[in-house]
Structure formats: C-alpha cells, structure tokens
Design a protein around this ligand. Structure first.
Ligand SMILES: Nc1ncnc2c1ncn2[C@@H]1O[C@H](COP(=O)(O)OP(=O)(O)OP(=O)(O)O)[C@@H](O)[C@H]1O
Length: 234
C-alpha cells in the first residue's frame, strides 16, 4: 500500500518559487494499476519520482507499506528502493558500456544475488531478447532497449513498478509490446503498476486513472475495475 498525504513540491530558482505539487493525498492499494495523466507540466513525473524516492518533497508524507520514505537516510532509501520499486524511464537509461544482460544483472548484483547473470539471462529470455544478451544498447532498437529496461526494473521482483511514459519514445507496435509486458508482470506477479502517460488508449488499460492539473488532483477514477477482468471480457 502506498499512502501519500498532503504532498507539496516546490522548486526555487531565478528568485521565485514554483509550486509543482500542491497538496496531493491518495492511497494506492497493493496490486492496483494506475495511470497518472494530465497536461504537460502538471506534475506527473514529479509525483512519480517522489513515490520512487528519487527526489525529496518540500512537505508531506509518502509511506510504502507503512514506512515513511521522505526522511529516510540515502543509503537506507537506496536499499529500500531496490527491494520495493522498479522504475522504467521514457528514455530507457541503460548503461551504454554494458551489454543487455549486464544491464539487467546490475540490480541483482547490487542486491548480492549469487546467480545474477543466470537470472538476468532468464529475464531477457522472458522479454523475448534471449538472443540479444551480448548486444550493447546502441545495437538495439528503442523497443528492444525498453524491453531490457523493463527486465532490469523487474529483476529484483519489486512489488511496485513505476513507469514514466514507458512507450513515449516508441512506435505503436513496440509501444504495445512493452505495455503487454508491463501488464503481464502485473498479472503474473501481482505487481502494483503506476504509469505516467499522455496516451488515452494506454491509460484506459489501467484500473484507475488519476488526473493532475496544476499540481493538484483534478479527478480520480477508481471505478474502472480490474484490468485482468477487463482483458477477460475482450
Ligand atoms: N528540476 C527542475 N527545475 C525546474 N523546474 C522543474 C524541474 N523539474 C520539473 N520542473 C517543473 O515542474 C513542473 C512539473 O514538471 P513535471 O515534469 O512533473 O510535469 P509533467 O506533468 O510530467 O510534464 P510532461 O507531461 O511535460 O512530462 C513543470 O513546470 C516543470 O517545468
């Protein structure tokens, strides 16, 4: 369960203060699928980054499974993040000097997993890139890089997967492939899935749609049911 209370994010610069998030409160139960939507600049990425513990809010509270993360010391937060949260960036963020399998193995090695490379190979197989394991990011297409990034985000089997416009840099075929992958992880492992997107079609695949406007919640549509049952209806 993610519990967010009165979250405020202000950025200072050039002599004035910009309020990016202005009192967000919400709860996201385990295993929910959530789309965060809203106009450009409404604070979507900022909110996702705060939930991931990549940034610290100006005020307010974020608890994950009852543990406050906003004031957690950095080293502890890094460990917590590794265990609890996978993050997929719009622009993949793979390490260019590492092969696909090495990229996926990084979080496993950081977590002290003994058979990190074997596990990374199995993950690459699972995203359909088993035959590309020795390739460097530059040798992979955007869609392939994003599948590697999803495998890396999921390597430590985090209960929460966050994705910031995961299909934003992909064509529609590759975008659909990556989306199916994210939904499969939710379905098979019960992963909570929260994604920021501009694409209504993608948002409509989620069980809940939270809409931001000017740093506030404009709407919260929780009546969408579970995407698994929606899929069964197709
Ligand atoms: N590091 C930063 N320094 C200054 N301003 C920032 C910074 N990060 C975000 N902002 C500003 O905060 C506001 C919210 O940004 P954010 O990226 O969260 O919006 P968004 O809804 O994700 O937008 P988009 O859909 O365009 O990605 C914007 O006005 C942005 O310019």
């Amino acid at each position: 369960m993610i519990q967010i209370r009165d979250l405020v994010m202000q950025l200072s610069g050039g002599g004035h203060t910009l309020t990016v998030l202005d009192g967000i409160s919400l709860e996201i139960p385990d295993k929910q699928t959530v789309a965060i939507v809203g106009p450009s600049g409404s604070g979507k990425s900022t909110l996702l980054g705060l939930i991931a513990g990549l940034d610290r809010p100006t005020a307010g509270s974020i608890q994950i499974d009852g543990i406050e993360i906003t004031d957690m010391p950095e080293a502890e937060l890094a460990r917590f993040r590794r265990e609890k949260i996978g993050y997929v960036f719009q622009s993949f963020h793979l390490i260019p000097t590492l092969t696909a399998v090495e990229n996926v193995a990084v979080p496993l090695e950081l977590s002290g997993v003994a058979d990190a490379v074997e596990r990374a190979e199995a993950l690459l197989d699972a995203v359909g890139l088993g035959d590309r394991r020795g390739h460097y990011p530059v040798q992979l297409s955007g869609g392939e890089q994003q599948r590697v990034a999803v495998a890396r985000a999921f390597a430590c089997r985090p209960p929460i997967l966050l994705a910031d416009e995961p299909t934003g840099n992909l064509d529609s075929v590759n975008g659909r492939h990556v989306m199916e992958l994210l939904l499969a992880l939710h379905r098979d492992a019960g992963t909570t899935l929260i994604l920021v997107t501009h694409e209504p079609q993608l948002a409509s695949r989620m069980g809940r749609i939270i809409s931001l406007r000017d740093g506030r919640m404009a709407s919260d549509d929780v009546s969408r049911g579970d995407p698994m049952s929606q899929e069964q209806l197709r």
